[in-house]
Design a binder for this molecule. Structure first.
Ligand SMILES: [Zn+2]
Length: 130
């Protein structure tokens, strides 16, 4: 027997898994009033993964695997000078690089897709891509 509510089959409810990580890195933005000199930020990265696996399924998404996948992506940024890398150092540019690298990972191997990526440069300023 299937459970249907509002035309939606609840047996295969999508689950959103959210994982956060910190990236400590240096950057500067030429001519910027506060970020014009080389300095560091503890960027907070938040990644949302979509999965069609419902909580009741026996096959579960391994959070540890997702964590390792993000670690592999952020490794090149963490404790690095972003100005020495090829990417621009605006939060928006860093976010797009991170999103691209996350999508290059074999997320399907872990039964997930990237739903959104957020990057906070400070607790009050962040950027997001869906
Ligand atoms: Zn800055």
């Amino acid at each position: 027997m299937s459970i249907v509510l509002g035309g939606m089959n609840l047996e295969r409810v999508r689950t959103l898994i959210i994982r956060g990580k910190t990236i400590s890195a240096a950057h500067f933005i030429a001519g910027h009033p506060t970020c014009g000199k080389v300095h560091g930020h503890n960027y907070e990265l938040v990644v949302g993964f979509k999965t069609k696996i419902s909580i009741s399924d026996s096959e579960a998404v391994d959070f540890h695997n997702l964590s390792q996948m993000i670690d592999k992506v952020i490794f090149v940024y963490d404790h690095n000078n972003l100005g020495d890398m090829t990417c621009e150092t605006l939060a928006e540019d860093i976010l797009l690089h991170l999103e691209k690298r996350l999508e290059q990972e074999e997320t399907s191997k872990h039964s997930v897709t990237v739903a959104f990526v957020e990057l906070y440069e400070t607790p009050k300023f962040g950027v997001r891509v869906n």
